[in-house]
Design a protein around this ligand. Structure first.
Ligand code: ADP
Length: 456
């Protein structure tokens, strides 16, 4: 069942229930109020009639009507019965009626009010026993037609039925219009979603033609945000695929060139070195890619233990000295003792990635300075170089995968794939730390790593 039908059905059911309860209550309250007034009047006229009846012979229980009974109006029906069940008197409007007015068989020993239908007339009857002491001597029956009550009830019923039916009909018609216009933006959302699927075009957005704070407005905003995220994700994915293919094509082309050369000229150590270096680059690239994808999928477990980070930095320094082979002067400034909780291998990889970048992008004769300080409850490691620096507008992107400031500048022997900083950042973040960068083009770059100290 559609949402529109469910809404209309829901509120119509509520409306019908309310109207029904309201109608039933009114109907019975009216009946009760009118009948009570009639009952009171009947009681009063029964009392006054009773006073006009005397008992002639106590032993025979003979009733004597002293004077003509005061039949108040043509609407009052009166009967007097004696103890033997003989109808002694009846009001003129009961010509030919020989059965008792009350619906119950005589004698009735307690005053009683009943409804009865005599010759098609609906009557309310008060039956009052005539007692001599406590002995039953006959009974008086006073009735009045209920025509006014019946008519009032009939008219009320009619009004209620017609009124309720019109109210329900009107509310269905109006409600249908309101629900239709309220749901119309949802239809627009559905149509756009379908168009997006058909056209395979994630750049489309649903126009916000309703107030932004309304439910549908929020739905549209949420949907548009999802689309934006999806678009970014797909763009990133296709860029990633293009980047990977590009990264792999370059070394493969170089390998093929060298293999062709070897085939034609025979193997020479230069070509073989070039092939090996490209193969190494590809192995590193594929290894980095695998690591990043496992990290992002949450499949890269970290075995965290206390790590003496100053010793680790010294190890990195040693490795850097070996790598740079005297080209760049690597030294250590401040070195405070500190312990962090983390995965030793990954932390070393983080520091190495930053130090290798510093060596890679610093020209011969340049210098790279490492330092480690404890600031509050954090370890602050800096890796500064006096290399070319990074332009300010490039800084926000350097942690993106495959991002290079100059596409050609990282193709050195150390072989950057554009993944080093992404991996370093992931490692820092998964140790509750962060990496900051400050750079001045022409003067140099400083990478700062902040890691939480091991708590005592
Ligand atoms: P790559 O493998 O190319 O070095 P990274 O992710 O490690 O990739 O670095 C991204 C880019 O950031 C590099 O290509 C380089 O342009 C820039 N970069 C990183 N470190 C430095 C640095 N110390 N000095 C200058 N540029 C740097």
């Amino acid at each position: 069942m559609s949402l529109r039908a469910r809404l209309i059905l829901g509120y119509s059911t509520v409306l019908i229930t309310v109207l029904l309860l309201f109608g039933i209550s009114i109907y019975f309250i009216l009946e009760y109020t009118l009948t009570q007034q009639i009952d009171q009047a009947l009681g009063e006229s029964a009392d006054s009639l009773r006073n006009s009846i005397a008992i002639q012979n106590v032993e025979d229980l003979q009733l004597l009507i002293l004077a003509p009974l005061p039949f108040s109006s043509s609407n009052a029906y009166v009967q007097v019965w004696d103890a033997y069940g003989t109808l002694l008197v009846s009001s003129p409007n009961l010509q030919g009626v020989t059965e008792p007015l009350a619906s119950r068989a005589l004698p009735i020993l307690q005053p009683e009010l009943t409804d009865n239908r005599i010759r098609g007339v609906h009557l309310r009857v008060m039956t009052k026993p005539i007692l001599i002491g406590s002995v039953y001597a006959g009974q008086l029956e006073v009735g009045t037609p209920l025509i006014v009550v019946d008519r009032a009830q009939y008219i009320l019923l009619l009004v209620l039925l017609i009124g309720s039916a019109s109210a329900v009909l009107l509310s269905i018609l109006l409600g249908n219009g309101i629900v239709r216009s309220a749901l119309q933006p949802i239809d627009a959302v559905t149509a756009t979603a379908l168009q997006i699927t058909l056209a395979d075009d994630l750049s489309r957005r649903i126009p916000l033609e309703v107030p932004a704070g309304s439910e549908v407005g929020k739905l549209i905003q949420a949907f548009n945000e999802t689309l934006e995220r999806l678009e970014k994700l797909f763009t990133a994915q296709s860029r990633f695929l293009a980047d990977v293919s590009h990264e792999l094509r370059t070394p493969l082309t170089s390998i093929r060139g060298n293999v062709d050369l070897i085939r034609r000229m025979g193997p020479d150590s230069e070509s073989l070195d070039a092939v090996q270096s490209e193969v190494d680059r590809m192995i590193r690239l594929v290894g980095d890619l695998l690591l990043l994808s496992r990290a992002e999928a949450g499949n890269l477990p970290l075995s965290k233990t206390p790590v003496v980070i100053d010793t680790l930095l010294l190890e990195v320094l040693q490795q850097a000295i070996v790598l740079t082979q005297g080209k760049v002067q690597v030294s250590i400034g401040n070195l405070e003792q500190a312990i962090v909780i983390g995965d030793r291998d990954r932390l070393k990889q983080l520091l190495l990635n930053l130090v290798v970048n510093a060596l890679q992008y610093t020209q011969s004769g340049g210098r790279v300075l490492l330092s480690l300080r404890v600031v509050d409850d954090c370890v602050h490691i800096t890796i500064s170089d006096n290399g070319p620096g990074i332009p300010p507008d490039e800084l926000p992107h350097i942690f993106d995968r495959f991002y290079r400031v100059e596409k050609s500048r990282s193709r050195s022997a150390l072989g950057g794939s554009g993944l080093g900083l992404s991996i370093a950042q992931w490692i820092a973040q998964s140790h509750d730390g962060r990496i900051e960068v400050a750079s001045e083009p022409g003067k140099g770059t400083t990478f700062s790593v902040w890691l939480p100290l091991k708590k005592e």
